[in-house]
Design a protein. Sequence first.
Length: 369
Amino acid sequence: MTNQPISAPEVASGPVRYSARAIIAAVVGVHAVYGAYWADRLVPTVVELALARDPSQVPVLAAIWPVWTRVLGIAGLEPLLAGRALSIVCATLAILTMFRLLRGFAGDRVVAAGACLLFVAFPPITASWALATPHALSALLVTALLALSLAEQSRGRFIMAGVSAVLLSALHPLGLILTALALVPAAAMPTAGRGIKWRVMAGGFLVLGLGAMLSGVLRPPADIDVSNLGQTGFVAAILLPYVLIWTVLVLSAASLRSAAVRAQLGTGGCAASLAAMIGVPAWAVGAGGLLAPGEVLTSFAYVLPLAVIGAVPLAIWVRFVMPTVKSLAAWILFPVIMYSGFWLALGPVGLDRFPYAFRTEAPAPGIVP
């Protein structure tokens, strides 16, 4: 899609390029270090052990697993650690893919890098993406679908999006619903003729997903290791741990009132961001009715890329509009809201519970403490 920048065209100056690179490098670095820490410290989950013994339970993983474990086996890693390494690689690719997407979607490198900060704001998600489970690979496929559907259109991209959609649908019992949600931002874009095929594809996967769940064909698996994390209800599992996401999305929706933000994103970009904002709470409500509270906590690992798309209007407002605001109250209130949201996100988790101490009493097999 084509956007009209607020200021100069996005032929980025040296300082802008270096600032964007520094931010995205910090995001990738923090995520890699944090992910490696959890990969080293978390005790193996039942699901991880089951997949390590029999990866054919997830056909997509079964195709990747033998080659990946053989390659990393040369470096002396056991299959479980090789699986966790694969997850960290997938998560890193998801971050870089999102940054590349947002450079064009938002029309500014710093905005793109700033929105990607959400990838490292939530310890439960970072820990989930370090497990040898389909969490990180699912997030990568969701990001790929967003990138392919929101980029300039071509037959090749549409075919690649179709392949990614099929892979995501086969990767997880809720993959059909995830696929539909990942296609909603593109389907919401009003550009004449552009969104029709994405609407048809999103609607088709949504109908298939709902039909499969209602008929009982697809039932979400019970991961007993993430069902007893002390997150015993909707508030403790969804609202408080991810209060920063809800805060960002509310402020981002309010940012769309700014004419400068709307001009930067364009009509299509505004529609796509709004659709992403709606998709995140839709997932929370739907997953909350299907999964155990602890599983809902980690299921946000799948839809975080949608939250990043939804955060773009706020990132644009901070980058271009906030410097022109002359209200002292606004300069005081905005950092207080964001800082409070960050600590509310960390506080309910508790240092004695996941992801800080839960499943860390003993190192994973083969790891020297």
